[in-house]
Design a protein around this ligand. Structure first.
Ligand SMILES: Nc1ncnc2c1ncn2[C@@H]1O[C@H](COP(=O)(O)OP(=O)(O)OP(=O)(O)O)[C@@H](O)[C@H]1O
Ligand SMILES: [Mg+2]
Length: 324
């Protein structure tokens, strides 16, 4: 059985202009020790879909579907069971690291209180563990850092402190929303190595949301591509990035500069804009921007179905099918 099985996840948010469907039926599974990547343009519902798992959605939001974790549906947990799972098993690094640190408390206090609440350690032991965690995320001079306040750190350092705080409880599943976006390349590589080590040594599973397909290919085992609140394609990362089958995935990759380019190669921007959840086109939501769309694309939402041994695809046309 998978560590986490998400089935038909839907999130609707009530706004002053009516209810909008933000996440529109998402299915995936995360295995133990797996890094599961989530990519897709801004506004495609990546963050909302993971906030739903922890019941951290904004007011006015409602969910349907299931998210099975250890035989229980995360979407329906409440009270103590929910706090237990959130504190000990599931952890989340937020897209904006500033929101997860208290500005008026020293780093040492924030981290050690986290450790004490969850592990019942003594104050001293908790501080020692906090220093250890800071060292793990490569904060220089961890002992000194314990006495510092968040504003004394750079954005990248704060991001690493936030990650340290989440790892304090040794979660089984870490949800990381753009955890390395604010970091420079060397620090980013350090965080990715850390996640990779935790995955290998302690079987940590990670749901990693990132725009950066370079980061994705270096660490994620599998990747799902989100478009307008749905998964349009998923599969093993290396395979999917080398032979994308959905026209949207292909367009995303074409829009990336290649590292070996001399800068003169033309980047192919995807024409048009992603639709707002309020004005999602009928059929395949990508069809107005897609050169391959057919009549079916305009009226029927393509289901996500297995293609080949390891891939899933939601496209009526499948113009890049492997020749058989
Ligand atoms: N509180 C809210 N009320 C109404 N709509 C919301 C709310 N929060 C998010 N949305 C809408 O939900 C959609 C998905 O947002 P989400 O934050 O999940 O996108 P994302 O894929 O994480 O994008 P990004 O890559 O920019 O982080 C967006 O269209 C956004 O405007
Ligand atoms: Mg987001």
């Amino acid at each position: 059985m998978s560590l986490l099985e998400v089935e038909e996840l839907r999130v609707k948010i009530r706004t002053d202009r009516g209810e909008v469907t933000i996440v529109d039926g998402v299915d995936y599974a995360v295995e133990e020790g797996q890094v599961f990547g989530v990519a897709g343009e801004s506004g495609s519902g990546k963050t909302i879909s993971v906030l739903a798992l922890l019941q951290l959605l904004p007011r006015g939001a409602s969910t349907s579907g299931r998210a099975l974790y250890g035989g229980r549906d995360l979407l329906r947990l409440s009270g103590r069971a929910l706090r237990r799972v959130r504190g000990r098993e599931l952890a989340m690094v937020f897209q904006d690291p500033l929101t997860s640190l208290h500005p008026m408390m020293t780093i040492g206090r924030q981290l050690s209180e986290h450790v004490r609440i969850h592990e019942g350690a003594s104050k001293r032991a908790a501080l020692a563990r906090a220093a250890e965690l800071l060292a793990e995320v490569r904060i220089p001079d961890p002992e000194r850092a314990l006495h510092a306040f968040p504003h004394q750190f750079s954005g990248g350092m704060r991001q690493r402190v936030a990650i340290a705080g989440e790892l304090a409880t040794r979660p089984k599943l870490l949800i990381a929303d753009e955890p390395t976006t604010a970091l420079d390349v060397t620090v980013q590589a350090g965080i990715l190595r850390l996640l990779d080590r935790l995955r290998r040594e302690s079987g940590l599973s990670v749901i990693l949301i990132t725009h950066d397909l370079g980061v994705m290919s270096s660490i994620a085992d599998d990747v799902s591509i989100f478009y307008a609140g749905r998964i349009v394609e998923s599969g093993p990362t290396k395979e999917l990035l080398s032979t994308p089958r959905h026209p949207y995935t292909r367009a995303l990759l074409d829009a990336l500069p290649h590292p070996e380019d001399d800068g003169r190669a033309e980047l192919l921007a995807i024409p048009g804009l992603p639709p707002s959840p309020r004005r999602r086109p009928a059929g395949c939501a990508f069809h107005p921007r897609c050169a391959y769309a057919n009549d079916a694309s305009r009226v029927q939402t393509p289901p996500l179905v297995t293609v080949g041994a390891t891939r899933l695809l939601a496209c009526h046309v499948d113009p890049f099918a492997a020749p058989s």
